[in-house]
Design a protein around this ligand. Structure first.
Ligand code: PMV
Length: 353
């Protein structure tokens, strides 16, 4: 019998949205209420490394497993199960077409995953995590699927994960089909299109977020009137402006849309009943610092954005590194709540690759 251990390793980067995904029209398939657009950060700074292996010699009784940063993680949740099922289905189709292939789809899977960024960075790592999981298993199974096809699988693990299968500037098109086959990611521009783009992460809190993105979205869709306006008009306009800003390498426009979209997303959270607050006083200090930097420069040289937590990601261009990062460090280094080590540690800002 075949006792060989089959193995494949891959990495996937973190992405930070500049037009936010917030709201599911189908929670089971992770189909979004609106399209979104993100920037993929450098793998040197923030990435998940995942090794997938399978073998007929792995005891079937142990089932599939995932070791995340050295600790056993749950794989029985519906999201992870959906990814495994979808990947096995694709492998089984190859095996059916070529009977000589080993029946990897029937073997238990073992995944080992490591993040190269401190968990203390408090960043949502699910995007890189599910993207790496899907690509590692796809490589193990030698699937011919393109990144766009794999984005359909990663999306079912975590919505934002579908965007981490591409580098550079990435759109996730909401699509309109009930089966979700048109809810797929595509690359708007390569990182090399705008090589001056940089991002710095400001850590306000390393603690796990209070309201998960899934329940926050659910509550927003169910109770916010402002959210309907966001989906109907705000996001479509922001997507169009953002794609043009990227094509034109227009940072001022990129910055305005990024900040407006973050504000709009957090406004819908505050409009739920009861309200959800992801940003805190420390986050707002970062907003004010960016406003001061931009006012001093006489144009937008920095753009803040916040996900479902208090930490800020600031986008800027390399030529403005001194004024942006230097000032943030100077101003926020003295602000209660911002961790000095985190600021200095992340002062070496992130380039995209
Ligand atoms: O991928 P999820 O389900 O964790 O949702 C992510 C939602 C935001 O990070 C707030 C926005 C986004 O587009 O990434």
């Amino acid at each position: 019998a075949d006792k060989k251990v089959y193995r494949a390793s891959t990495t996937a980067p973190v992405n930070i949205a500049v037009v936010k995904y917030w709201g599911k029209r189908d929670p089971k398939l992770n189909l979004p209420t609106n399209s979104s657009l993100s920037v993929t950060l450098s793998q040197a700074d923030l990435r998940t490394l995942t090794t997938a292996s399978c073998s007929a010699a792995y005891p079937a009784s142990e089932g599939d497993s995932l070791l995340l940063n050295g600790e056993a993680a749950d794989v029985t949740n519906a999201r992870t199960q959906a990814c495994f099922r979808e990947l096995r289905r694709r492998r089984a189709a190859l095996e059916a077409a070529s009977p000589a292939l080993p029946k990897l789809s029937t073997y238990p899977l073992r995944l080992v995953s490591e993040n190269n960024f401190p968990t203390a960075a408090g960043l949502a790592s699910s995007a890189a995590g599910f993207a790496a999981l899907v690509r590692a298993v796809a490589d193990l199974y030698e699937l011919p699927d393109s990144p766009a096809e794999l984005s359909l699988v990663a999306r079912q693990g975590s919505g934002s994960a579908c965007r981490s299968l591409f580098g550079g500037y990435v759109a996730w098109r909401a699509g309109s089909r009930e089966d979700g086959l048109d809810s797929v990611a595509d690359q708007v521009a390569e990182a090399a299109h705008w090589p001056e783009m940089r991002a710095v992460v400001l850590v306000a809190s390393a603690e796990k977020k209070g309201v998960s993105s899934t329940s926050g979205m659910q509550q927003t869709v169910a109770t916010s009137g402002l959210f309907r306006e966001r989906v109907a008009t705000v996001v479509p306009a922001n997507m169009a402006r953002m794609e043009k800003a990227i094509a034109d390498k227009n940072f001022e426009e990129f910055a305005e849309v990024t900040m407006r979209d973050s504000n709009s997303f957090h406004a819908t959270c505050a409009d739920t009943y009861p309200p959800i607050f992801y940003m805190n006083d420390v986050s707002r200090a970062a907003v004010r610092a960016v406003e001061a930097i931009n006012a001093h420069a006489g144009r937008a040289v920095a753009a803040y954005t916040f996900d479902a937590g208090p930490n800020a990601v600031i986008y800027y261009l390399e030529k403005d590194a001194e004024v942006v990062v230097g000032t943030l460090y100077h101003v926020l280094g003295d602000t209660e709540g911002w961790k000095r080590e985190a600021l200095s540690g992340l002062k070496a800002s992130m380039s995209l690759d």
